[in-house]
Write a protein that binds this ligand. Sequence first.
Ligand code: SF4
Length: 475
Amino acid sequence: MIQIVCKSEAYTYNVYHIVKAFFPSEEIINRVEEKASHYVMVQLPKQGRIVIGRDAGEEADRQLLAGKRRKLKYQIDISLYHELERITGRTLAWGILTGVRPTKIAMEKAKAGWSREQFVPWFQQDCLVSAKKAELAWEIAKREQALLSNVDYEEGYSLYVGIPFCPTVCTYCSFSSGAIADWADRVEDYLDALTKELAFVGDRYAGKKLNSIYIGGGTPTTLTASQLERLLGCIDTHFSREYLLEYTVEAGRPDSIDQSKLEVLRRYHITRLSINPQSMQQKTLDVIGRKHGVEEIVEAFCLARKMGFANINMDLIAGLPGEDLHDMEDTLEQIGKLAPDSLTVHSLAIKRAAKMEWADLERDTGEMSGMLSDMIEAAADAAAQMGLLPYYLYRQKNIAGNFENVGYAKADKMGIYNILMMEEVQTIVACGAGSVSKRVYPDGHIERCENVKDVAFFLERIDEMIERKRKLLED
Ligand code: SF4
């Protein structure tokens, strides 16, 4: 266990996340002691104690009173990072950055007229980001900027629809999805509530331009063909496709896909499909709780292609239990043969809500970080060989080595919804259990509104969820 004591609440967030990035598997207790004589104290399990600003008690108070909190916070982050780097002998690819959207910083600098030559060294020196990641952030920001220049995103909005059911629950999953078999007799009730919510949004935003729709979850294709028909029919009734640039359905798990469901998706003009193997190693699929074979992934992909889906994404996860670099390279080779239009490569994150624990990986943090770094690089090389370019990036908490998730795609198949969502430049109205709507105001200010995660509560409280949305979306 690691103990952190900060003099001010203002330091706790960054300090916690920097320490967590170096020690993702450790439990951390974080508290504030306003009378402490230091800014920050971190008691590590074996490596001793780090103290930042020893005897800085009164000076710290003076600086805080003088409004120098931001500068002080930055200095604390840098000092803490260097101490942790010295003690562990490791660096973090994204340095002191704790946020989930590092490309947002690159976008802001690009908008302010910075050049690559200005940005890359600044990002390395000021935020301690590695040279490769600084280059990647800039490349992606410039690509996103070019893509967004073709979308009238300020006038429009996007719609997210959540289906919180899956064939089985994967061991690493921290979403609030349930196994479809446990919910079979409530799925129609769920669609009743969801379609009521969708009808409200369609009516409320009737005058606005809908740019993209993303049906995710969970696994939307756990719905039967007729349930899918009901859902997509409702969307067709209440929303216009006049300004629609992209319509995605996550078919996620191959064991949820069949011809009749794909026919429904074709009929409703779905433009982008996601079929997510996560790994092409049978031993891994078995360990993570997926009850299907590698050959089913290939069959589902080939069926979708045969039926005319011209934009198919595949998701992979680097660092799954029992996998090494060789497994990842083999997976990438098999994916390469299928030639998807986009590939999203995640770094394994283990959150509290998941069944899987760090101990299941049977690797220490240093070993895990090194392996993830190699896997991520192998994925980047394979994506380049498949003709796919990096176009969006985000990070999650609790990734060993503080790595990232990257979306690669063919130049004309980049997921618009993903960029709009990641860069937080457009209002996203989200329907369904556990979904989060974000209203983006013209000055960049963002307001959020959450739906309850629990499906039973969502059904009971649907009118309250609609009321929350009414408030969020009012003029
Ligand atoms: S398919 Fe995705 S949402 Fe469903 S259980 Fe697995 S990780 Fe979670």
